[in-house]
Design a binder for this molecule. Structure first.
Ligand code: HEM
Length: 238
């Protein structure tokens, strides 16, 4: 039987043939390379998203289930990894700041109406995370886990490490919400660097649309944490 190679295992022949630039081959090499960079950044983003969504779904399944031994620890492990990967996504946006405007302006017409706004995986992540109006599946699983452990949410911030794995889960959830928020802000910053107030290829108003999409997940967790200050604040000030 033929030996399994690195390339076969990873499907590299397929993977590395998927960066189909639209700029005509006759264009300047630097423009072609910039479009290649743009495609690689988006493709890697979608690949990491696949892992992040799978990890967060697994965390929600684990936290929302009736606990088996070690289930909360497993949930915490998934959450911790997903947060590290959100930092990777953020790093890709920072790298895209090195996309020269003159090259972007040249290849952008070839994108036609294709837009990140069509990313099905991002929609899925949005749903999992929820926003400032509605809790997503992840947060619901977290509150179910707290109920099951008999820890009132209001007590959690004051308990700190005494709440054990539930403390770590709550800290991880907040990290994830902040990483997601940070990605959205960095995306808006990058977009305005390259487009100013021009509309997006997807037909939205661009910056104004994206600014309106920046919401902060898990507001109840934030507010509950903030109330801890009241314990250490003297009575009402005159
Ligand atoms: C040169 C870099 C980028 C520019 C100029 C840019 C620009 C834009 C603009 C203008 C929109 C608004 C929708 C529209 O009308 O098209 C948008 C949405 C979006 N883009 Fe980007 N983008 C860039 C990079 C990325 C990357 C690397 C990703 C990762 C896959 C991404 C994912 C998204 C998503 C998910 C949305 C929808 C956001 C939401 O609905 O909250 N973008 N982008």
């Amino acid at each position: 039987m033929a030996r399994l190679t690195y390339s076969d295992y990873l499907g590299l022949n397929t993977l590395l043939s998927l960066q189909a630039t639209r700029t005509p081959d006759t264009a300047d090499r630097a423009v072609l390379l910039s479009e290649h960079f743009f495609i690689v950044a988006h493709q890697s983003c979608e690949l990491w998203l696949k892992q992040i969504i799978a990890d967060l779904e697994a965390a929600a399944d684990t936290l929302g289930s009736r606990f088996e031994e070690g289930a909360a620890e497993l949930g915490a492990e998934y959450l911790h990894r997903a947060n590290e990967l959100l930092w990777v996504l953020y790093g890709q946006l920072v790298a895209l700041e090195r996309l020269p405007l003159r090259h972007f302006a040249e290849f952008r017409p070839h994108l036609d109406s294709a837009s990140g706004a069509e990313s099905a995986q991002f929609r899925q992540l949005d749903k999992l995370m929820g926003d400032d109006q509605r809790p997503g599946r992840l947060y619901e699983a977290f509150t179910a886990a707290l109920d099951h452990a008999g820890i009132p949410l209001a007590e959690l911030p004051g308990m700190g490490p005494a709440a054990g794995v539930h403390h770590r889960i709550s800290e991880s959830l907040l990290d994830i919400a902040n990483s997601y928020w940070r990605w959205k802000v960095a995306h808006l910053v990058l977009m305005t660097k390259l487009l100013g107030s021009l509309p997006g290829t997807g037909g939205s108003s661009g910056a104004a649309f994206l600014a309106g999409r920046i919401t902060v997940p898990f507001p109840e967790l934030r507010e509950t944490r903030a109330r801890l200050h009241e314990r250490f604040t003297a009575g009402p000030r005159s």
